[in-house]
Design a protein around this ligand. Structure first.
Ligand SMILES: [Zn+2]
Length: 243
């Protein structure tokens, strides 16, 4: 599943299509996509793992789920879920979930919850975390209502970076460490973006997919933890379990 930095890259790559009119729409999606015909794109936005194609009075929301992908001015060999045609370009989406809505995106999305948005509000995240003291931090980081955009890679790397054990309950984390967690969720997302653009993201992984903790030089742990049950890589030695 693409984490938000990948969606931010798509947003940047699609930018030349901003201001262009959609002259034809096709695809195997069952949404009423003809409503996008002859609409002009006024903006591309992202909220967490959602990519938004905004036109006047209507917005297309794309969620890439597990296997979704896209091509700009290129096509894959498989039929697109949705294909937007322009006079001199095209935007194709594959194996993703698409939806149309007519409300103003500002009414639907809380930009302050989005870790990569300028409007990101760390204090709001902190307030929400205080309401779930018994949730383990590995689950809390993946909660899109608190940290929209954070995915499993960011989760593993942030926890290793701040030396926090993934099974620590939120209520047990010292205040200073909690502030660090919130700060790094955003910081690491921008590092991810920078490294992914330079094609060096994997090279910078410290614990995600690793067999050895590079700080301790001992075997890393791999477990499927919490109610999210996602693959979690961590080090039992340097990542502190607060109890
Ligand atoms: Zn370690």
């Amino acid at each position: 599943m693409p984490e938000e930095p990948s969606i931010v890259i798509l947003k940047e790559e699609a930018l030349p299509l901003k201001g262009k009119e959609i002259i034809n729409v096709s695809g195997n999606s069952k949404i009423e996509y003809h409503q996008l015909q002859n609409k002009t794109i006024i903006d591309f936005k992202s909220w967490g793992k959602h990519f938004l194609v905004c036109c006047k009075g209507i917005t297309l929301r794309v969620h890439f789920m597990l296997f979704g992908s896209y091509r700009i001015n290129e096509r894959k060999a498989v039929p697109p879920r949705l294909s937007l045609q322009f006079k001199d370009g095209e935007l194709n989406f594959y194996a993703c979930s698409v939806k149309l809505f007519h409300e103003d995106p500002d009414e639907i999305y809380d930009w302050e919850t989005d870790v990569m948005n300028d409007a990101w509000d760390a204090s709001k995240a902190k307030k929400k975390l205080k309401l779930i003291p018994h949730t383990i931090v590995a689950d809390a980081l993946l909660d899109q209502n608190i940290f929209a955009g954070v995915g499993n890679i960011i989760k593993n790397e942030v926890l290793w970076r701040i030396k926090l054990h993934p099974k620590t309950q939120i209520g047990e984390i010292p205040v200073k460490k909690l502030n660090e967690l919130i700060k790094e969720a955003r910081n690491y997302s921008f590092d991810f973006l920078k490294w992914k653009k330079a094609f060096v993201l994997k090279k910078h992984w410290c614990i995600h997919t690793k067999k050895i903790c590079p700080r301790c030089n001992i075997p890393a742990q791999k477990e499927y933890v919490g109610r999210t049950n996602r693959r979690t890589l961590f080090c039992n030695n340097c990542q502190v379990l607060y109890e």
